[in-house]
Design a binder for this molecule. Structure first.
Ligand code: BG6
Length: 486
């Protein structure tokens, strides 16, 4: 059968994505304050990361140096340009601009750093896509205000966002307010997303929380919604050409069987993970099913009339999301026990999983794109997708990451299918284009990049950069605007 060639629109944004807390390092340089991940230790797939109130002298905190974009940005951006990127997603480290979060004046040196980065991007015709908050709540806001639980934090964020919009209004067009805002729907989001003190010192994905903590978490999420909506309005007033998006951790849950109960469970999961936050940020109000959820979980939010107006006036220009895997839902407890209930539910027998148990599902991406586009009908962008894998240097001294090429090819093909289906897709930024620290496990071993960085789980390595095979492959994909995926 002849190979299918896909048509991506002219001007399609091709690039890669990163986040300051996992990539930048320079954790206390040039006036930066500590942020939440700076207080989170390394871990593994079996050992949960820990957060510590004080920085322990003998403990390793991967964000402190990460893969040192702070001192390698020129080299890294040049490599991105060589691949042909026309977009580069990065986050601004809030505590680099406002070291304590509640300062009245920003840190000029922090502001200058990002001017330098954006100028470097412009030199090569790369559009920065900037996340204002990618798990980077300043630590002082956690200590003093319990993070986003406090309504006061809305104003601190708005001050920070306004500073960024004003400073970079001629350098940045594409913005995202909060990374994976829906991670606040689960206990993982308590400290990472919301900067709140968790009930356990472990970052355990399956952790259960008290009723009080869940109540606080949803109130904190509401504060982020309001902060995001205010920022969108201020951004548009500062530069009407800004495109400001939301960012959702895209998950797709299948019913494990055709038992209607499984189907309902999957629908509920999709509603809660994908649409709960998406509806607030795209439509400007909580979804119809939120009322029942709040009632049944005894959650009572303080939502003012002004908040409701802000949400309606501050809807986003586009919907962006991350997509790595799909999951399954079943009501059958015996099955869950027998098959092992992994992170993504009972393992889907039709799919293979990565070394970290993330089930690889390219068709699921097409499903998700169609589903979300059908609901919102605004431009979409995939701002994270990729394969976390162990890269081993081959005998010839190179990194032949064919498994990564395979993963990306299949996902890009499904993007092509979705575009043919009629989905308005603006662009694609592959996650972790330069190797960086894993958010869930804190490891370096879990690598995503086209570009290898010499650094290991314990912090050893000289940080030099090397191209993997996927580098040349992606370069060709971009050069042919997605036509040549071989
Ligand atoms: C997303 C986050 O959840 O997934 C990133 O926005 C994260 O910060 C990425 O790194 C991949 O997850 P992990 O745990 O493999 O780093």
């Amino acid at each position: 059968m002849a190979k299918k060639v896909y048509s991506f629109p002219a001007g399609f944004l091709w690039g890669g994505a990163t986040a300051a807390n996992q990539y930048e390092g320079g954790w206390l340089e040039d006036g930066k304050g500590p942020n939440v991940p700076d207080h989170i230790t390394g871990g593994t797939v079996d050992t949960a990361r820990r957060w510590t109130k004080e920085i322990e002298a003998e403990t390793y905190y991967p964000s402190h140096e990460a893969t040192d974009f702070y001192h390698h940005y020129k080299e890294d951006i040049a490599l991105m340009a060589e691949m042909g990127f026309n977009v580069f997603r990065l986050s601004i480290n809030w505590a680099r601009i406002y070291p304590q979060g509640d300062d009245l004046e920003p840190n000029r040196k922090g502001i200058e750093f990002y001017h330098n980065v954006f100028r470097e991007c412009k030199k090569y015709g790369i559009e920065p896509l900037v996340t204002l908050s990618h798990y980077e709540t300043p630590w002082n806001l956690t200590e003093k205000y319990n993070g986003w639980e406090s309504r006061e934090v809305i104003d601190f964020f708005v001050r920070y966002a306004t500073t960024c919009f004003m400073e970079y209004k001629d350098e940045v067009k594409y913005w995202l307010t909060f990374n994976e805002i829906n991670c606040a729907m689960q206990s993982f989001g308590t400290i990472m997303g919301l900067g709140m003190v968790p009930e356990s010192d472990q970052m355990n994905f399956a952790a259960t929380e008290s009723k009080e903590q869940v109540q606080k978490r949803f109130q904190a999420l509401h504060h982020q919604f309001v902060a995001s909506a205010k920022a969108v309005q201020i951004g548009h007033a500062i530069n009407p050409n800004f495109m400001i998006g939301c960012m959702i951790a895209g998950g797709l849950a299948y019913p494990y069987t055709c038992n209607p109960k499984d189907a309902l469970a999957a629908q509920n999961k999709n509603n809660m993970s994908n649409y709960f936050c998406g509806d607030v940020q795209v439509r400007g109000e909580y979804p119809y099913f939120a009322k029942r959820f709040f009632k049944e979980n005894d959650i009572h939010l303080n939502i003012t009339a002004e908040d409701e107006i802000e949400l309606l006036n501050g809807t986003v220009d586009f919907y962006s999301f991350s997509y790595y895997m799909s999951s399954t839902e079943t009501v059958d407890e015996d099955l869950k026990a027998a098959k092992g209930n992994i992170f993504a539910g009972v393992p889907n027998p039709y799919l293979e999983a990565s070394d970290w148990g993330w089930q690889i599902d390219p068709e699921g991406l097409r499903w998700y794109l169609n589903d979300v586009y059908g609901r919102y009908e605004i431009p979409l962008m995939i701002v994270e997708n990729g394969l976390g894998a162990i890269d081993v240097r081959a005998e010839d001294g190179k990194f032949h990451d064919t498994y990564r090429i395979e993963y990306l090819r299949k996902h890009i093909q499904q993007m092509g299918e979705a575009i043919e289906d009629g989905v308005d897709l603006m662009g694609y930024t592959m996650w972790g284009c330069v190797d960086l620290v894993s958010a869930s496990t804190g490891e370096m071993k879990k690598r995503y990049g086209f570009i290898y960085v010499d650094k290991d789980n314990d912090g050893n390595g000289d940080l030099h950069r090397e191209k993997k095979d996927s580098f040349e492959w992606y370069k060709k994909v971009i050069a042919t605007n997605g036509k040549d995926l071989d």
